[in-house]
Design a protein around this ligand. Structure first.
Ligand code: SF4
Length: 194
């Protein structure tokens, strides 16, 4: 959609929490794996479950999580419209794609500044325009760039955003766009000894 725009792009909120506290309050790998199984990306994209590793082991490699939320606001003219489910999906993709890409570039740079850190993507991997190699059971093309998301590792993003960033995640309702979409990413930081 060519006229899809966001305004005041993009308001950012961050919060730091220890990984131990995050695991205790916001992670349930078993529960969220069931949600992932209902998603079309399950077993279709390498950044999504099922994994060949234990998600809890993954979290335990880090000391601190910086949670990063970015509000992406559709402009007023866009919000005035009423849309089909497909159109809403298309608008969402168009609005957030560029912001997600910019956020990934920024967080990759921060990884390089902080040895032992790793960023968590805002949603599943969409690096390859031709589609993910997982559908053909081939290795990931960009293991150096592909990152997992908070939710794919069992994180309750809605609860974490509400409690830690003090923001409610919003969705389209009755064909109308929400006031904003949320991109939720993270930066995992190592302990002092890492
Ligand atoms: S980088 Fe490409 S191949 Fe790897 S997970 Fe992402 S979309 Fe799939």
């Amino acid at each position: 959609m060519e006229d899809v725009k966001s305004k005041e792009c993009c308001e950012r909120t961050t919060a730091k929490i220890t990984v131990a506290q995050f695991l205790e309050n916001y992670v349930d790998v078993t529960q969220f794996l069931e949600y992932c199984k209902a998603c079309p990306n399950y077993d279709k994209i390498w950044s999504c479950p099922p994994y060949s590793f234990d998600a809890m082991d993954f979290w335990h490699k880090y000391e601190t999580l910086e949670l990063i939320g970015v509000k992406v606001r559709p402009d007023e003219s866009l919000r005035a419209g009423t849309y089909t489910r497909e159109q809403l999906g298309e608008i969402y993709e168009t609005l957030v794609f560029e912001e997600k890409r910019k956020l990934s570039v920024e967080l990759l740079a921060r990884e390089q500044e902080i040895p032992g850190s790793l960023f968590l993507s805002a949603g599943s991997c969409d690096i390859c325009p031709e589609g993910c190699t997982r559908t053909g059971r081939q290795p990931c093309r960009h293991l150096d760039l592909m990152r997992y998301s908070v939710e794919s590792l069992g994180g309750n993003v809605q609860k974490a955003v509400r409690n830690l960033l003090h923001i409610e995640i919003m969705w389209p309702q009755n064909g109308k766009l929400p006031a904003y979409f949320m991109l939720v990413a993270g930066l995992l930081l190592p302990g002092k000894s890492s």
